[in-house]
Design a protein around this ligand. Structure first.
Ligand SMILES: [Zn+2]
Length: 430
């Protein structure tokens, strides 16, 4: 057993000596093609590997499919339409000496990665190290963070540390593409610690808040056919064109009228992404007819506190108004569908003891205080903050190309995170 005063040095030293293992564990996780394949997913093999790893550390294990959890599908945060067969969540618990009375800490990660990306310089599931970066699908989002949290527990175990409170390492399915059901299922299963850290890749900030967002598909149906002197052909692509211009205007106008959330003042402005536009049923170069329909998909982010109704009335309300004033759309049929669940933003107070503890230990390891800012994305953390008793912060690595080809994570951050996570566990759970 290491004396408390020397613990910091011991953790630093152990993790530095085992840095290679942190990277190897990240690489092992990347090799699994754990893609989110809505409505299903290929996470199982990766999850079994996580379970074996945690079993090897003598953690208490709970392995279950979200759909077998009581109350799952009836919960207000449940989102329908996904299949959980062969998609187990894995929760490992390192029991403390005073499980019932002492504060517990959870590290929660997801192992699903986005599918359907082509090209890129690096193979997605064969990790490559180059300089200070580690490339591979999920390296940044968020298998590197998962590896760091597992290694943090191993570090404390091997140093002979005994904590009073429990430490949880959770690995869930179905987070990408508007998931969150995996995270919800674990809460309903009863795995609720006194605090949680989610190592989503926020660039080594301590984030007491994260954004949310909503996605809609707008389809306009016209009168298709060939212009053989026929009358009455209406091209829905022009209608979509008007809406695209309107969305751009709305984005600019919203950013001017909104006061930035206090945790987002250094990066003001909420993103709006036109993620897909399509029209025409022919292969490129094979048809010259007016398309039967044209379609766009738009994703708009919000600050914590904005509801689905707020966003719907603001964005979709405006687009409906534009449609009413646009003759070409008036001559067509317009359909608006919500594509994925609305992901709310959420936050905990900046002066929350969890934020203070993580920030203090971050500073000890990195030798400078962290930036305390909102995470620049939507994620499943709202499940903790809005639907469970567990307050949650985000602290994950730097890197880039999450949800794109050539995703990478900053190697040194995985090492620093392992140290910060180990020290936070000892401090929080004593
Ligand atoms: Zn993620």
């Amino acid at each position: 057993m290491v004396a408390q005063t020397n613990l910091h040095t011991a953790v630093e030293q152990w993790v530095s000596e085992h840095a290679e293992e942190v990277l190897q564990l990240t690489e092992a996780l990347i090799r699994f093609q754990s893609e989110q394949r809505v409505p299903t997913g290929w996470e199982k093999d990766c999850q079994m590997f996580v379970a074996d790893t945690l079993r090897g550390m003598n953690l208490e294990l709970d392995i279950f499919e979200p759909s077998e959890v009581a109350g799952f599908a009836a919960h207000p945060a449940y989102w329908h339409g996904r299949d959980y067969s062969n998609r187990p969540n894995v929760v490992g618990i390192w029991r403390g000496t005073h499980s019932k009375d002492a504060r517990s800490l959870m590290f929660s990660s997801h192992v699903d990665v986005v599918a359907g990306l082509e090209g890129g310089r690096f193979p997605p599931f064969s990790p490559v190290r180059q300089g200070d970066k580690l490339y591979g699908r999920g390296s940044n989002d968020m298998k590197g963070g998962l590896a760091a949290s597992i290694m943090a527990v191993r570090c404390l175990q091997e140093l002979g540390v005994r904590l009073q409170g429990d430490v949880y390492v959770e690995s869930v399915v179905d987070e990408e593409m508007g998931g969150s059901n995996g995270t919800l299922a674990s809460r309903l299963r009863g795995h609720n610690a006194s605090a949680c850290i989610v190592p989503e890749p926020n660039g080594m900030m301590v984030s007491p808040a994260h954004r949310g967002g909503g996605m809609w598909d707008i389809t306009i149906k016209g009168s298709p056919g060939m212009p053989f002197g026929a009358s009455g052909l209406i091209n829905p692509a022009y209608g979509i064109g008007h809406l695209i211009v309107a969305i751009e205007k709305w984005e600019q106008a919203r950013n001017q009228r909104l006061t930035p959330h206090p945790l987002y003042t250094s990066t003001p402005g909420l993103p709006v992404v036109l993620s897909r536009i399509s029209a025409g049923d022919f292969e490129p170069g094979t048809g010259n007819s007016v398309p039967s329909k044209a379609e766009l998909e738009v994703w708009a982010e919000v600050y914590p506190g904005t509801t689905l109704d707020d966003l719907y009335n603001d964005l979709i309300g405006y687009l409906k108004q534009v449609a009413e004033q646009t003759p070409v759309i008036q001559q067509c049929e317009m359909e608006i569908t919500q594509v994925i669940r609305f992901l709310p933003g959420s936050e905990i107070p900046v002066d929350h003891p969890l934020v203070q503890t993580v920030s203090r230990l971050y500073e000890q390891v990195v030798s400078q205080p962290p930036q305390i800012r909102g995470a620049p994305f939507a994620c499943d953390v709202y499940i903790f903050n809005l639907y469970s008793p567990t307050p949650c912060v985000i602290l994950g690595p730097r890197g880039a190309n999450a949800h794109a080809t050539d995703e990478w994570v900053m190697i040194e951050d995985l090492i620093a995170l392992t140290k910060i996570f180990a020290l936070t566990a000892t401090d929080w759970c004593k």
